[in-house]
Every structure is written in structure tokens, then in C-alpha cells.
Write a new protein. Structure first.
Length: 758
């Protein structure tokens, strides 16, 4: 392919000479061929933004407006970056390799390695992951006597990461932002954390851009080098940029002003993780003389779907404005369905999918998109019950870490010999049992051929463990025995509430300030909801074991089940949007925390959900739903009422309506209102005290311990213990020995830990 084409030749109708221009609509053509000055491309859902971005890079190279090495193109995901590279390579050949194209992090890392010494690193610095970040912060917290039980390391790391995303080094964080975090020591921790990173020649992801901002502002010559080299900058998904990314781009584009940002303010749905929709809204103010091109012709969806999407998003005030249209036919109207409760909604939705299968509908082209992760549980169980193949984009409900933890508690209550469950929960939440203590428990259990829990009970009465570890282990065993007693009288769901509260597990996530913690708590409450349908704990655990072992290998294709956030960038022929009720969607928590801005982001999320569908769209709500352990009467989401009647058809159960002002109680919902949920206020089913004690060994009629349980040691024998040294056996009780050690004094130990001395 020849690249010796003048700008004058790059006109409409020259597609034969520049094939990337062929087939572009007028707005796309304008965006691709406007090569000078700041340009904002407002690209609605399904309007071909990736094609515009890649064709624009080809146009820059093909017209020699810029050489490949003068072009910087950044996006957010490796998948998007790979797709762009492949498309550009198909257009301009090997020259595409010389374009600086990648994710924000990959491009920033490449730049930083060239200048790492200016921020105290070498070019070979390591980029650490989240686990290493938390481990490092814990070390810093310990050095400054910050209690990790009161101040969760993950939450403090979240605060530090937010400051980095805003481009704030420790000296730039205001007192107002510090507050009482870590007892006022958070800035000191931030500084020490950064110093520790440098001593390890390491950086975390937030540092990549933060260090570059420091270098660019402190070394104008280096900034000038990049400004001179990078004559044209292109940004994908600009509505998702945070403050740090915004500042970095402004610095790089300050000289040439040839910044092209492609994005959609109506699809800005990641405010909770730092994305700043204001970046795209103020583009024209930031860059004087900026041109805006609106891509509004949608190539994905039918007319009815687009009309509903446009009508919904028009209710937002903070937007630049555009309206999608299509040359496709109108298609079928959007179906709005109302159900009595969530179970009926899941059953009906599953039946509709089965009808689609009978019509030879491709399962891979069907998606169920929910607002919150906990909503997947009802659909997963229904799909498994009828043998409908599905995949969860993300993590399946019963495979989530918090659900596995909760189930491990319940499994150990039901089956004390479940060593896998014991191992999972013994230090979750943290109980002060370090690796050494756990190693002793596990080693003794294996040597004695006993379950971990039984071995732990025996070790509590010995001196094998340090006093603090014995106390913590004893408290856990006492709790486990109390929970087992409660299991005899409490229902499965009430037992789960009690255990999760009493163990401190719920409090652990309540104290964790990470953005995903509220979702984890919602999942735990949904787990308890699921248990209401089972009379016994054993029945529920058997059900879980069976459904999680279900495999569907007998059909081609799978229905996709995911959250609305995970669906961004995807498309399906048929989309189901369940749970459109006030408080669930829009999320009450989002509105409480962010007010009007939170509501507008929720509406953008609805817009994203609607525009995932190409042909068929089903929206549904329930009059009654169990949320957070309580049955709640629901009214349809305000978003349902914002959809234009001319483009929808209603299929509502008797007594249900769209836009009704009074909630309707269904079934026995009102009898359940007021049931206890999670939290400190949940009433204990019983009080307990004291520590567990091991039962005395069973003896024969003569009072002797049978040989099968005898330790094999006799009073007066000389023995050796790896920890306590030499000593003499003073008494024997089963496999417990009391030994007078020469140096350590009298100790109770387990027989398998000592050796006889001849």
C-alpha cells in the first residue's frame, strides 16, 4: 500500500486510493479527515467509534500529516488496544508497529522506564499487584502502630489509590481529604508507603502516571521532548478517564493541540472507580476552538430500541446531547413485564429463553443483564434446574470468595471433619493465628490422623502453641460448639445470619471501605435469602453441592449472565433487563451517596443496558422482592416510566401498573417485613461463655486407657521435645502428656510431638 498521498487527495470519493475512507457516513468521514486542532468525537452506542479511531490513524499516516512515531493512541483495555493495532496494521501495513498505541498503563510504563531515575527508580523497576500492595502497606502500618483490625489495609490502600488517580502526591493532599483516616496518620502512611516502594525499586499501577506527572512538571525539557515528538494524540473512551489521565493528556497535547478524544458522555458509568464525566463535558472549554462531531447513526439496534434509549437518556441534564437513529426497520417494540416476585420473574424469563431456543435462536446471542451481582443467584439456580446452558461474565454466585467463606462456616458446623472448610475460615476474619501456629495444627492432625478441628481442640489444652494463639483458637472452638448447638433449633437462614454476625465476618466487610465491599455484603444477604427455601442446613448444603457440580455439555452455546457494568462494549441479539424497580435500579445507595449525579449515572447505566440489544429487548420488574433478607414491596423503576409508550408493549400481571404511586403487598410479604438482617443489631439466639475443653478419654472397667488410644508413653520416661528440649513424663492422659522439662518447666504437650530417649 502506497502512503504517498497528499492531503488534497484525501477527499470524499477517494476510497479507492484510501480504502479506509470507503463506506464512512458523512459524520464518520468528517471525524476521520479533520486532522488539525482539538477534536471531540461524540460517539453514541453502536456508531462505529473503533472504525473512526483506526481510520483516523491510517489517515494521518496515509496523508503524511504525521509519521507513525508521531502518533500516540491510548485506550483502557488490552483487548481494545489489540483490536486497534490489528485494524491499523490491515490498513497501513508494518508502519502500524511504530505507532505508540496501547492502554494508559502500558504506554505510561514505557515512558516511565526511560526516566525512572528522576523519581528514584531504575529502569528495571517492578510493577506490583494488589496483593503485594496490601502486604507492603501492612508493613508500613505495623511500623507506625496503626491497628489493621480497626483500619482495614485494603480500605486505606483504596484512599491512597484514589489520590494517585487524582494526580495527588502526599504533599498535595489537603487536610479536608485526610480526615480521621488511620487516626490521622494516613498521609504519613502514604509517604512511608511511597518510600518503601522506591527502596524496593517498585511501582504500583497508580504510580505509573503519577510519576510521569511529577517528571513532566519538574523537568520541562523532558515534557518538551514528548510534546515535540507526539504531534497527534488519540484517546478512546474519553468519558472514562480519571483526573490523573486528564492531566497527563493535557500536558502532552499542550503544544500542538492535536488531541482527538472519542467517547460518549451518555455511557460514563464508572464514577465509582474514579472516572470523571466532567472531563468530556468540559472538553470544548479546555481546548479553545475545539470541534465536535456527533456520531448518531447506529448500526446495531432497531428503531424501537434506539427510541427508548434516546428518550431515557434525555432526562439527564449533565450531557452534551445527541440522538441515535438507524436506517434499520423499527423491529419489535420493547416488552415491559411485571411479576409478583423475583422467583416468578426468573421462571418466566427462563421460559421465554426456551421458546427462543425452539425457534433456533443462538444461545450465545442472548444476555441477562442485572444491576447488582447478587441478582444472578435466582437466575443461575433456575437455569441449572432446567438444564439451560449459561455462563456468568465475572464470577458465578456460588464461586464468589465471600460466598465460599460463608459456606465454609456452615459446612464445618454441619460436618466437623471438613478440613477444607476449617482451613478456609480459621483465620477469616483474622484471629491472630499466624503461619507457625497453623502449621503446628495441620502437622499434628496429619500425624494423629485426625480432622483439623479435632486436632485444634486437643492442642488448646497443650503448650504446643503460644498463649495468645491458644486463646484465639479456644475462642474459635467455643464459637463453633455454640454454633453447632444453635443449628439444632434455628432455621438454616437464621443460623447463617447468626454465624456471619457472631463470627465477625459481616463486620469485616462492613469495615472494609473498598468499592466492592457493599456488593459483597449484598451477596451474603442474598445467600441467606436462598436458604429460606430449605428447612435444614444439611438440605441446603446438599443442594449447593449438586448445583455447583452441574455441567451443561449437551448443547452448543450459552446464555450470558452479567451485570450492566460488565456488559459495556458488548452486544447481543436478545437482551433481558430484569429488576427495574426503585431502590434496586436506580440503586438507592448510589443516589444516597451521590445525589443527583448518582441518579444520572444510574440512568446512563440503563441507557447502556438498552443499547446492548440489537433486535429484542425485554425489561421486567417485580411487585415483591426479597432484598437484604427482607421482603419488600416494590414499585417499577422511574426509568420504566420514562420510556415512550409508542415504542413499548406491556405485559403486566393483574394489579400491577407502570408508574403507580402506592406499592402493592403481595402474598405474605407483610408478614416477613421486620425480619432481622445483618449487623450488630441482630439479636443473638443464645449467650455463651467459657472456653471449650476436650472430653476426658474413655477408660475401660479397670480405669485404664485402652491401648488403641494410649500414647505409648509411661510416667517417668525420659523424652525430647523439639521446642522445649529434654524432660521427664509426669503424667499420661490418652495422648496428652504432662512433662517436666529441664529448662522450660512443666508443660502439657501432645505425645506425637515428643520422642523417647533410651
Amino acid at each position: 500500500m502506497s502512503n504517498d498521498i497528499s492531503p488534497e487527495q484525501a477527499q470524499p470519493g477517494q476510497g479507492a486510493m484510501m480504502p479506509w475512507l470507503s463506506g464512512l457516513n458523512p459524520e464518520q468521514h468528517e471525524a476521520v479527515t479533520t486532522l488539525d486542532g482539538p477534536l471531540l468525537v461524540l460517539s453514541g452506542a453502536g456508531t462505529g467509534k473503533t472504525r473512526v479511531l483506526t481510520a483516523r490513524i491510517a489517515q494521518l499516516i496515509g496523508t503524511r500529516t504525521a509519521m507513525p512515531w508521531n502518533i500516540l493512541a491510548v485506550t483502557f483495555t488490552n483487548k481494545a488496544a489489540r483490536e486497534m493495532k490489528e485494524r491499523v496494521a490491515a490498513m497501513v501495513g508494518p508502519m502500524a508497529e511504530q505507532v505508540m498505541l496501547g492502554t494508559f498503563h502500558s504506554v505510561a510504563a514505557r515512558m516511565l522506564r526511560r526516566h525512572a531515575e528522576l523519581v528514584g527508580l531504575s529502569s528495571s523497576f517492578t510493577i506490583i499487584d494488589t496483593d503485594d500492595q496490601i502486604r507492603l502497606l501492612k508493613q508500613v502500618m505495623e511500623a507506625q502502630s496503626v491497628d489493621p483490625k480497626r483500619w482495614q489495609p485494603r480500605a486505606l490502600l483504596g484512599a491512597i489509590s484514589k489520590w494517585k488517580d487524582k494526580g495527588l502526591t502526599p504533599d498535595k493532599v489537603s487536610d479536608a481529604e485526610v480526615g480521621e483516616l488511620a487516626d490521622g496518620k494516613i498521609l504519613s502512611l502514604y509517604k512511608a508507603y511511597q518510600a518503601r516502594l522506591k527502596s524496593l525499586n517498585a511501582a504500583d499501577f497508580g504510580d505509573l502516571l503519577l510519576h510521569l506527572l511529577t517528571i513532566f512538571t519538574s523537568h520541562p525539557d523532558i515534557l518538551a521532548e514528548y510534546q515535540n515528538r507526539l504531534s497527534h494524540i488519540l484517546v478512546d473512551e474519553y468519558q472514562d478517564t480519571n483526573v490523573g489521565q486528564y492531566l497527563w493528556l493535557r500536558l502532552l497535547a499542550a503544544k500542538n493541540k492535536n488531541l482527538c478524544c472519542v467517547g460518549d458522555d451518555d455511557q460514563s458509568i464508572y464514577g465509582w472507580r474514579g472516572a470523571e464525566v466532567g472531563n468530556i463535558l468540559k472538553f470544548e472549554k479546555d481546548y479553545e476552538g475545539a470541534k465536535t462531531v456527533r456520531l448518531e447513526e447506529n448500526y446495531r439496534s432497531t428503531g424501537h430500541i434506539l427510541a427508548c434509549a434516546s428518550a431515557l437518556i434525555a432526562h439527564n441534564e449533565a450531557r452534551l446531547g445527541k440522538e441515535l437513529y438507524t436506517s434499520h426497520d423499527q423491529g419489535d417494540e420493547i416488552q415491559i413485564s411485571g411479576y409478583w416476585d423475583g422467583n416468578e420473574e426468573a421462571r418466566s424469563l427462563s421460559s421465554q429463553i426456551e421458546y427462543l431456543i425452539k425457534d433456533n435462536h443462538d444461545l450465545n446471542e442472548i444476555a441477562v443483564l442485572v444491576r447488582a451481582g447478587f441478582q444472578t443467584r435466582e437466575f443461575e439456580e433456575r437455569f441449572m434446574a432446567i438444564g439451560l446452558p449459561y455462563r456468568v461474565v465475572g464470577t458465578r454466585f456460588y464461586e464468589r470468595a465471600e460466598i465460599r467463606d460463608a459456606l465454609a462456616y456452615l459446612r464445618l458446623i454441619a460436618q466437623p471433619s471438613d478440613d477444607l472448610a476449617f482451613e478456609r475460615i480459621i483465620n477469616t476474619p483474622k484471629r491472630g493465628l499466624g503461619p507457625t501456629s497453623l502449621k503446628i495444627i495441620f502437622a499434628y492432625a496429619r500425624a494423629a490422623d485426625k480432622p483439623y478441628l479435632a486436632a485444634a481442640k486437643e492442642l488448646v489444652d497443650s503448650d504446643e502453641l503460644k498463649p495468645q494463639a491458644r486463646r484465639q483458637l479456644g475462642a474459635f472452638i467455643a464459637s463453633m460448639e455454640a454454633w453447632q448447638n444453635e443449628a439444632k433449633t434455628l432455621s438454616a437462614s437464621d443460623l447463617a445470619r447468626f454465624v456471619l454476625d457472631d463470627s465477625g465476618y459481616t463486620a469485616m466487610w462492613q469495615a472494609d471501605k473498598n468499592p466492592d465491599s457493599p456488593g459483597r455484603l449484598e451477596n451474603l444477604k442474598e445467600l441467606v435469602n436462598a436458604m429460606d427455601d430449605f428447612e435444614t442446613l444439611s438440605g441446603f448444603l446438599e443442594h449447593i453441592a449438586l448445583v455447583t457440580d452441574t455441567e451443561n455439555n449437551n448443547q452448543d452455546g450459552e446464555v450470558s449472565l452479567m451485570t450492566l457494568h460488565a456488559a459495556k462494549g458488548l452486544e447481543f441479539e436478545t437482551v433481558f433487563l430484569p429488576g427495574w424497580e426503585e431502590g434496586l435500579f436506580p440503586s438507592q445507595r448510589s443516589m444516597d451517596e451521590n445525589g443527583g449525579a448518582g441518579l444520572e449515572e444510574e440512568r446512563r447505566l440503563g441507557y447502556v443496558g438498552i443499547t446492548r440489544a440489537r433486535k429484542n429487548l425485554f425489561i421486567s420488574f417485580a411487585a415483591n422482592r426479597r432484598i437484604h433478607g427482607l421482603w419488600q414491596a416494590c414499585i417499577p423503576s422511574r426509568f420504566v416510566g420514562e420510556l415512550p409508550k409508542a415504542h413499548i408493549k406491556e405485559d403486566l400481571a393483574q394489579g400491577l401498573s407502570i408508574g403507580r404511586s402506592e406499592p402493592m403487598m403481595i402474598g405474605n410479604a407483610d408478614s416477613r417485613v421486620g425480619q432481622a438482617g445483618y449487623g450488630p443489631g441482630w439479636q443473638r439466639a443464645a449467650n455463651r461463655g467459657g472456653q471449650a475443653t476436650s472430653p476426658a478419654p474413655k477408660r475401660d472397667v479397670d480405669g485404664y486407657v485402652p491401648s488403641s488410644t494410649s500414647s505409648g508413653f509411661a510416667k517417668g520416661e525420659r523424652v525430647f521435645h523439639q521446642k522445649f528440649g529434654m524432660g521427664n513424663v509426669k503424667s499420661v492422659e490418652g495422648d496428652k502428656l504432662e512433662i517436666a522439662f529441664d529448662r522450660a518447666g512443666r508443660k502439657k504437650v501432645v505425645a506425637s510431638f515428643v520422642e523417647k530417649m533410651d
